[in-house]
Ligand binder design. Sequence first.
Ligand code: NOJ
Length: 560
Amino acid sequence: MEKTWWKEAVVYQIYPRSFKDSNGDGIGDLKGILSKLDYIKKLGVDVIWLSPVYASPNDDNGYDISDYYSIMEEFGTMAEMEELIRRAHEIGLKIVMDLVVNHTSDEHQWFKESSSNENSDKRDYYIWKEAVDGREPTNWESIFKGSAWEWNEATGDYYLHLFSKKQPDLNWENPELRQDIYRMMRWWLNKGIDGFRMDVINMISKDNAYPDGPCPEGQRYGDGSAFFMNGPKIHEYLQEMNREVLSKYDIMTVGETPGVTPEDAVLYTGGKRHELNMVFQFEHMGLGDGPDGKWNNGPWELKELKRILAKWQTGLHHDGWNSLYWDNHDQPRAVSRFGHDGKYRKESAKMLAACLHMMQGTPYIYQGEELGMTNVAFDALDQYKDIETLNAYRDLVEGKGWTHEKMMSAIHARGRDNARTPIQWDDSPNAGFTNGTPWIEVNPNYQEINVKQALEDKNSVFYAYQKLIQLRKQHDIIVYGDFQLVAEDDEQVFAYKRCLGDETLLAICHFSDEQSEFVFPGELEGRKGELLFSNYESALCDGSAAVLRPFECLVYLYRS
Ligand code: NOJ
């Protein structure tokens, strides 16, 4: 397998709005990030992925860009962005920026021209369709609810918006649009950034026939995803982008690709494909989803989680590359969802960390994950700020008759604002995030869970992450070894082996708040392995069978 720096790297994701405020306006900013670079460095990561910092009216917190060439005013200035790149590089951190090019803001100059003047040379930068039988061109539902089409009075037709109506989709069929995007990418790369995380990049090619999607009885909108995810020209576009831009720089690229299978992912990331380095898949994030997607929040089973992650591990072992994540700005906190955010918060946060970091792929840590930050449960709907959550409330409570209580409990479990409460720096008011009023309230548990406390406690979740990152740097087997699920029918334990040359690594991750027994795989039974990582102070295990304590995790390395 070819060795590359981005296979060996660990990435830390910053959601700037919630990271650190330097000027008291309640919104995180670039100077705030600059002031905390040493903290990120201490964790041991190699790369920072910055969620969008471009100019934006913030309908979707920066994922609606009005100018790719300037910085959002609340976040600071271009000079500060340049300083951030420079200072990060000085201390050995790379910077990957978010690239949001499936759509822009409706306040982008291109859209202003496109939507107001049918003769504009920007007219064809977006997707315009006539009404069909007096209604929307297709029955597609927007990912943020309602129709994916919005009527535009000035031109007498509809534009497509897979997300909010303030996020019109760009028309990638237009070669001039594509060249404008590539120019902008080169402009940023020439400033010295080290790569891109590409927002919903597998949605940029649409099926030109624009067919209706399947629509359940009695529902107004259908599911058009088959006609815009992994669309007919997606690989052509990415190969062109690679030829024109990516291949000219030593950078890292990761595509956000909902709905991909491992077979699709090989096409996006395979060594000879010349597209992307890796993609984010969503199968494990969809556990417990129902007809209303994540809002149904049904139960999930460990066996299913294991099956999914093992399939991705083996599916991309020989060609392609995995990205590994539990948390990001769109997901609830993993310790609340897959671990235990009460009594066993620390143990389960460390276990989840090890379970992920010992797999093959590039691990991503989302801000606050290294502290074991938890979900929040605000009482009132108006404490929530996320457009997805607020639109879903309207759709399900006002439209489909869900009770307020049922919806609030779904929001508590799966809403995106769980990940967006401010980073808890210390136990002072507003968790040391701001001197003003935070744009979203801090999680009330900041007095127990915060950076200051974590740095003072040698057994903190922070130091467990630091240790796991160090292990990855010390042992090639963690990066390059192959993967084999162990005890696949075990309903409490997620165990797997990694093998490289004459070494074997065994990770045993216990997903239960009770005790469970684990028997070592036959070939390792009784052998003396080196204990690389554990999340209890003393590991009680003789190498052949173990009684695992709640959320216990053990990682052994065997050399023959
Ligand atoms: C995926 C991003 O991660 C999410 O935050 C955003 O709302 C959508 N794409 C639309 O850009």
